[in-house]
Ligand binder design. Structure first.
Ligand SMILES: *[C@@H]1O[C@H](CO)[C@@H](O)[C@H](O)[C@H]1NC(C)=O
Ligand SMILES: *[C@@H]1O[C@H](CO)[C@@H](O)[C@H](O)[C@H]1NC(C)=O
Ligand SMILES: *[C@@H]1O[C@H](CO)[C@@H](O)[C@H](O)[C@H]1NC(C)=O
Ligand SMILES: *[C@@H]1O[C@H](CO)[C@@H](O)[C@H](O)[C@H]1NC(C)=O
Ligand SMILES: *[C@@H]1O[C@H](CO)[C@@H](O)[C@H](O)[C@H]1NC(C)=O
Ligand SMILES: *[C@@H]1O[C@H](CO)[C@@H](O)[C@H](O)[C@H]1NC(C)=O
Length: 385
């Protein structure tokens, strides 16, 4: 079946040219996550003076929206691009009032963690400004509360045709531990707990009838300007050949390996579901290794576009969105936007890579459910070979 896919795609799009770009076969998209996914919940949750939150100030949003929206980038995020290419409007933040969520909702909140607040409190990881009570299970609670207004008694049927994008989760947990002074060994020792918490959450969704799931791994934190500036080392052997800090990347490699295993287990447990693991790690490493291939300026692969100077253009006391920080003139020539998040250009490239998989799956799904006769006709000549 896999080998047939490229063939099917070509054939199908030559029958229905309009379908090759926007395949209208999902009825909704539901998103969970943190700042890589949040399209505005943080703006709704922000404390009394929204402008105090860096994400709610320009130059955030300057490229596409021309004003800050709560998105942690100069423009659109991966999920905006995926939604558009699958034929949807931008998926509304779940906390926005008076919205119609029947075509999907985005529960992601900037800064969200995988582990509950209690874990951080028990381990003396306290930072009221950073760590809020918005973990993955809180987001699942919001989703479950919303269900009656979306599909009520028909949710299982509805979710068969809904796409769920779950994460990425994990980066914030590890960052908060590191900020609070926990050792790399401590952080690394929490990876199995973090991944198991993600796995349980996925199980909770799958048990509610979810069948189309995309689960992203985490990014190479050791290549992020914030980490490079904050945890700079005088020991050259702490850096790899790209100039990234090895230990922080190794934590991500470990997390992603466990997450891939968890996804494999879930596929066995829920054979009717299509669960795909999607990558942040590899694409970002590829950008840093071959910036010119994607139109990024070579010398800036580990520098933030928006910041206030220093070797990585990252300075904690004047980070992007705060007084003193400015954006580079052409964000599309930078991989990294603000030290931790990527530019719209980076997100666009990553989204297209993910869509490659999602769209094919979506097409197969369409064929199976609505065009079974067509699938049969297309496949018959192939099977004779
Ligand atoms: C947290 O801090 C308190 C007071 O400083 C200390 O008694 C306790 O052992 C710490 N707990 C952990 C898990 O580090
Ligand atoms: C976090 O929020 C959840 C529900 O939103 C609540 O049940 C829980 O008690 C809160 N935890 C803390 C530590 O405030
Ligand atoms: C959900 O379905 C139940 C039973 O049919 C009905 O009583 C209830 O009003 C519905 N709720 C919503 C929010 O539509
Ligand atoms: C530098 O780091 C390497 C391993 O990362 C370690 O073996 C070596 O002892 C360190 N050197 C110094 C001077 O700390
Ligand atoms: C993290 O723990 C795993 C499993 O024990 C180990 O293989 C890996 O080397 C550790 N990574 C780091 C960066 O300490
Ligand atoms: C999509 O998949 C095809 C075939 O596997 C590959 O050649 C192409 O490079 C992929 N495109 C992106 C944007 O990843």
């Amino acid at each position: 079946m896999k080998a047939l896919l490229p063939f099917l795609l070509v054939l199908f799009s030559s029958f229905h040219p309009a379908i090759s770009n926007t395949i209208p076969c999902f009825n909704a998209i539901f998103i969970f996550g943190a700042s890589y996914e949040d399209t505005g919940n943080i703006a709704i949750l922000a404390p009394t003076a929204p402008a105090d939150h860096p994400l709610l100030n320009l130059p955030y949003g300057e490229t596409y929206f021309h004003h800050p929206t709560g998105r942690a980038s100069d423009g659109r995020l991966i999920i905006d691009i995926i939604a558009t290419k699958l034929g949807f409007q931008f998926i509304p933040p779940s906390l926005s009032q008076g919205q119609d969520f029947t075509k999907g909702a985005n529960f992601a909140v900037s800064g969200a963690t995988t582990l509950n607040l209690a874990f951080f409190q028990q381990n003396n990881i306290t930072n009221d400004q950073l760590i809020q009570n918005i973990s993955l299970s809180v987001q699942l609670g919001w989703f479950e509360n919303m269900k009656p207004s979306i599909c009520n008694t028909t949710c299982v049927k509805y979710f068969k045709k809904s796409l769920f994008i779950f994460g990425k989760f994990g980066d914030n947990d590890y960052l908060y531990m590191l900020y609070s002074g926990k050792t790399v060994d401590f952080v690394n020792s929490t990876v199995p707990l973090v991944v198991d918490t993600i796995r349980s959450a996925l199980e909770r969704l799958l048990k509610q009838g979810v069948t189309q799931l995309v689960v992203p791994g985490i990014r190479p934190n050791g290549c992020m300007p914030l980490i490079l500036a904050y945890f700079a080392s005088t020991n050259r052997s702490d850096y790899d050949s790209l100039g990234c800090l090895k230990v922080y990347n190794n934590i991500a490699i470990y997390h992603n390996a466990l997450l891939r295993d968890a996804v494999k287990q879930l596929r066995v447990e829920f054979p009717q579901a299509k669960i795909s693991y999607s990558e942040f790690y590899e694409p970002i490493i590829d950008f840093v290794t071959n910036p010119y291939r994607y139109g990024f300026i070579s010398g800036t692969a580990l520098r933030a576009c928006c910041g206030s100077g220093g070797p990585y253009n990252y300075n904690l006391i004047a980070s992007c969105g705060q007084p003193g920080a400015t954006a580079c003139p052409y964000p599309s020539s930078f991989i990294n936007w603000d030290g931790l998040h990527l530019t719209e250009t980076s997100y666009d490239i990553i989204a297209n890579g993910w869509l490659n998989v999602t769209q094919m799956r979506c097409l197969l799904h369409c064929l199976r459910h609505h065009q079974a006769h067509l699938l049969y006709q297309i496949m018959r000549p192939q099977q004779k070979r």
